[in-house]
Design a protein around this ligand. Sequence first.
Ligand SMILES: CC(C)(COP(=O)(O)OP(=O)(O)OC[C@H]1O[C@@H](n2cnc3c(N)ncnc32)[C@H](O)[C@@H]1OP(=O)(O)O)[C@@H](O)C(=O)NCCC(=O)NCCS
Length: 174
Amino acid sequence: MSAIRLRPVTESDLAMFHRFATEPGLIGLDWSGYRDPHAADRRFAQDGYLGPDSGRLMVEADPDGVAAGFVSYVAGKYSGPIGYWEIGIALLPQWRGRGLGWRAQAMLCDHLFAHSPVQRIQAGTHPENIAEQKSLEKAGFTLDGIVRACEFRAGRWHDGYLYSRLRTDPAPPL
Ligand SMILES: CC(C)(COP(=O)(O)OP(=O)(O)OC[C@H]1O[C@@H](n2cnc3c(N)ncnc32)[C@H](O)[C@@H]1OP(=O)(O)O)[C@@H](O)C(=O)NCCC(=O)NCCS
């Protein structure tokens, strides 16, 4: 297993974001058609993908410190003064299935719990995305339930699986 780190996005990472926006299926089941690749450049110029309500961090893997993919977070709120984070992840295909995905998501939870007072971090995935379901469970998440017809992709509406990890849930050893 390669050692991994999360680090802020740099300009040289934008080429990867362009690929995810324009190469059909590279991002996996989350592919939702061609998107403006330069949206990534504008967002990077605005806040380096480190905004108060959303952001991205790169997943960097040894031995060479290669950018293997990214994790993302966006704020949400059910009610009350404090909301939650929803996280996401995409690794390049050659980096999948090597133990990076669950570790990166567990590390992102540690980062978000350390630097914000949220009680809940959630993540949605697809019923057929076994790799992400297992990855979330290894990262300390529990299945909350099925969200019916929450996502339009590949020509029809699909159910989603909603997972969460609470601040009070045990963190997996990394
Ligand atoms: C989903 C994703 C983040 C998982 O990360 P990963 O690094 O590939 O997965 P890991 O190596 O951390 O594996 C975690 C667990 O899933 C299992 N797993 C990995 N790939 C799998 C696959 N294709 N099928 C079944 N199980 C799989 C692993 O065996 C491991 O479980 P184990 O310890 O019981 O053996 C990664 O594959 C990815 O980026 N996929 C494309 C984008 C995507 O689907 N993002 C999530 C959208 S909701």
